[in-house]
Design a protein around this ligand. Structure first.
Ligand code: ADP
Ligand code: ZN
Ligand code: ZN
Length: 743
């Protein structure tokens, strides 16, 4: 009698992490089919060319499109159960189609890094410290001459179920003391599966404030529709208590046994945000962001996947986290551009999350003080429920915005007299000032006084930024770094000088102007180290008066109650951008930065330094606010047939050779345009604004349409054409659906 096959299918279709928009067929080895039930979402090892690769099963199949004799059997099975659930597989397949991206790359992107590398989908084991019978009874006094051992033993004695190594390090216990105690026979170690839930400390639970009427109405609406798919836009001015509203909704859903995914922008997850969740929820919270190690991320992923973690707070890639009881997705600061991946698989986490929620029939909550024009349009057209909070919560008021005309004025280190006087007054009142300048480093340009030479990047068409403290010249586009020069390479003159100001320079200048005031700089350079941001925030909270200087990092989600003055050094920075989204971004940034002022009891004041005080945009933003500004902006977009009224796809090409990328896109347009629907409009090819970046010459072509279908069709044709035409050369291409950058 023949044994029954656990997998009755002869073939499988496999996704591999290769840049090809196709699945690969493999045979199921008989021996394996007898012992294992294969399922989509399991990882396997397959032969590929001359090497072996990790792949993910996408489907089981009766047939193959290839000659069955030519189809190779796969090598081995990695997982006992799928690492990509059915739900996520469907999401990946949708994303691959929608973004015209290779399915293998999408599926691998959805997995944590360690699983992409073949690691088992299991919790790591961690050593736990336990007392031996002798260690349990010994008097701590006997160790009084070895205080570190004494501390260690005391801590383990206080945890009869054991103390994890992780907890020991959190408690600052010396590992060497533990080892000595082990040698003395007082402690022993036991490997246990890592499970953060096991060592949760009792949380202090905070009494929530009473909701104000606006918050109460929004909460009511959200609670009413919490069991089905719908998208709400919680559009509330900075400090209006949006977080408080979604905490209420989360509370209820957690009581109902649901898991909740809270998405935050790339650098928006502040220690304060996490704390706020921890004091409110006596439940397991995991984080998922780029500052964690690969191992930490896999553990968080596993805790979400087994349903243990009730709240998952993560950045963009968390959109793909498995969560069997997912009941709500919150997207905080939904307008933030870090939700869109800018290279490789160019998905938008907000849009993907909405798609996911729709399939799961669960609600999505988008929150922002400055909603994206896309979401506003959806709210205006009633596809999203529009919940507005127009007052600040508690006793706080919306800060007053004042334009400071810089024309013809003498500036001191980039500050007008009025700004400096206001800073001084604010500090005298023992309050804090926030200075916003969206340019890090010391200066954006280094120049020679004798011959006019400018330090430029060898690989990009941009100037190098001077970083004095690090003694470096740094390209902010390709990351090239060089030692700071002191003589001109062209004429050997030593008269090099800097042009323009960055945050590092402002910090230096203010230190001399305000000698006894603590000055704290918050930008990517000052917060590189892991807990740097946490320490900086702590310092900000410790002082009464202080000056904070920062880039857009400071604009995101922070709550500094003692900041009463915000100075925007260069409000004109984004006014003349060549991207049609320039105005939207500028308005969002200015509004968000301004929103840091006066968030508590004391009133706030904002100074916008500008050379264009009468510019319609600045005037509208100051006098009428973001919503009005955005609605004006939207009518302009409509009249120009721009997104969100038209849908757009950008095709990018880049090559080391100067003209190749342009020529390729021109040839493509020439070949395909006759076949495109008349409802699609092409622009280009045109070169990128920074033509050469990291040694690559870049060209783009834009295609748009009022309807998705013809645009999708045209994109499909372009993708096919490009795949074929670039097979033989080194030109790289990328498809960007719903692009946020168009140059
Ligand atoms: P947002 O998310 O809109 O920026 P938050 O939810 O962070 O606003 O609220 C801003 C501040 O106001 C926080 O310190 C918060 O604790 C407080 N707050 C929120 N709602 C209320 C309320 N109903 N009564 C009093 N204080 C509130
Ligand atoms: Zn020179
Ligand atoms: Zn460069």
């Amino acid at each position: 009698m023949q044994e029954a096959l656990l997998t009755p299918y002869p073939f499988i279709k496999v996704a591999l992490p290769v840049p090809m928009r196709t699945l690969f067929d493999y045979k199921v080895p008989k021996a394996l089919a007898l012992r294992h039930e294969l399922k989509p979402g399991m990882r396997i090892k397959v032969p590929f060319g001359k090497s072996s690769r990790l792949g993910v099963i996408v489907a089981l199949s009766e047939t193959s499109d290839w000659d069955p004799e030519q189809v190779k059997p796969f090598t081995s099975l990695v997982d006992e159960s799928p690492v990509i659930t059915k739900e996520l597989m469907a999401l990946c397949e949708w994303a691959a189609r929608y973004y015209h991206h290779p399915i293998g790359d999408v599926i691998f992107h959805a997995l944590p890094v360690l699983l992409r590398k073949g690691e088992n989908a299991e919790f790591r084991t961690e050593n736990w410290w336990l007392t031996t019978p002798e260690g349990q009874t010994i008097s701590l006094d006997e160790l009084k001459r070895a205080p570190r051992q004494q501390d260690f033993l005391k801590a383990v004695q206080q945890h009869p179920n054991g103390l994890s190594q992780h907890a020991a390090s959190v408690l600052d216990l010396a590992p060497s003391a533990g080892k000595t105690l082990e040698e003395k026979g007082l402690l022993r170690r036991e490997p246990r599966s890592f499970n953060k839930g096991g060592e949760k400390h009792a949380h202090q639970t905070q009494v929530p404030p009473t909701l104000n009427p606006e918050q109460a109405i929004a909460t009511e609406e959200l609670l009413d529709s919490r069991h089905h798919f719908n998208v709400s836009l919680l559009d509330g001015v900075t400090g209006s208590g949006k977080t408080e509203v979604f905490l209420r909704l989360m509370e209820r859903l957690i009581e109902e046994g649901k898991q909740i995914l809270v998405m935050v922008p790339e650098i928006g997850l502040t220690p304060q945000t996490l704390k706020r969740f921890e004091v409110r929820f006596n439940t397991d919270i995991v984080l998922m962001h780029s500052n964690m190690s690969d191992r930490e991320r896999l553990d968080a992923w596993l805790l979400a996947a087994n349903g243990h973690a009730k709240i998952i707070i993560g950045t963009r890639s968390a959109a793909f986290i498995p969560a069997p009881n997912l009941g709500l997705i919150v997207i905080d600061e939904e307008h933030d551009t870090s939700y869109k991946q800018h290279e490789g698989f160019r998905y938008h986490a907000r849009d993907l999350a909405i798609k996911r929620a729709q399939a799961l029939d669960i609600p999505v909550l988008l929150a922002s003080a400055t909603p994206s024009y896309e979401s506003l349009t959806n709210a205006l057209q009633k596809r999203f429920t529009w919940l507005k909070l127009r007052k600040r919560a508690g006793n706080a008021h919306i800060p007053e915005m004042e334009r400071v005309d810089l024309r013809g004025k003498t500036l001191v280190h980039g500050f007008s007299e009025h700004a400096l006087a206001s800073i001084k007054l604010c500090l005298d009142r023992k309050e804090q000032v926030l200075i916003f300048l969206n340019r890090r480093g010391y200066a954006p340009t280094l120049m020679c006084h004798q011959c006019g030479w400018i330090a430029a990047c060898d690989h990009c068409d941009v100037n190098l930024t001077v970083h004095k403290r690090a003694n470096k010249l740094h390209c902010h586009h390709c990351d090239t770094q060089k030692a700071l020069l002191h003589t001109c390479p062209e004429c050997q003159s030593e008269e090099l000088f800097t042009v323009g100001e960055g945050t590092e320079q402002i910090e230096t200048q203010l230190t001399t102007l305000f000698k006894d005031t603590p000055i704290l700089r918050v930008d990517r350079d000052s917060t590189q180290r892991k807990s740097a941001m946490e320490k900086l925030t702590q310092k900000i909270h410790e002082h009464d008066q202080a000056i904070l200087i920062g880039t857009q990092m400071l604009a995101k989600g922070h709550h500094f109650p003692n900041v009463t003055l915000v100075v925007i050094m260069d409000a004109d920075a984004g006014l003349f951008s060549s991207d049609f989204r320039g105005m939207e971004r500028t308005a969002q940034l200015i509004t968000q930065v301004a929103g840091r002022a006066g968030r508590a009891k004391k009133p706030g004041h904002v100074l916008l330094q500008t050379y264009h005080p009468d510019h319609a945009a600045i005037e509208c933003l100051c006098n009428l606010g973001y919503e009005h500004f955005a609605i004006d902006g939207l009518s302009e977009r409509k009249s120009l047939s721009l997104p969100p009224f038209f849908h757009q796809v950008i095709v990018r090409a880049e090559s080391g050779n100067e003209h190749e990328a342009m020529q390729l896109l021109a040839a493509m347009r020439n070949d395909l345009e006759p076949y495109f629907s008349k409802d699609v409009y092409l622009v280009g090819p045109y070169t990128a604004i920074i033509v050469r970046k990291a040694g690559q010459h870049r060209a783009l072509i834009s295609i748009k349409s009022a309807q998705r279908a013809p645009l999708h069709q045209a994109t499909q044709m372009m993708t096919k054409w490009l795949e074929q035409s670039t097979r033989q050369n080194r030109i790289r291409f990328a498809i960007d659906v719903d692009p946020l950058e168009t140059y």
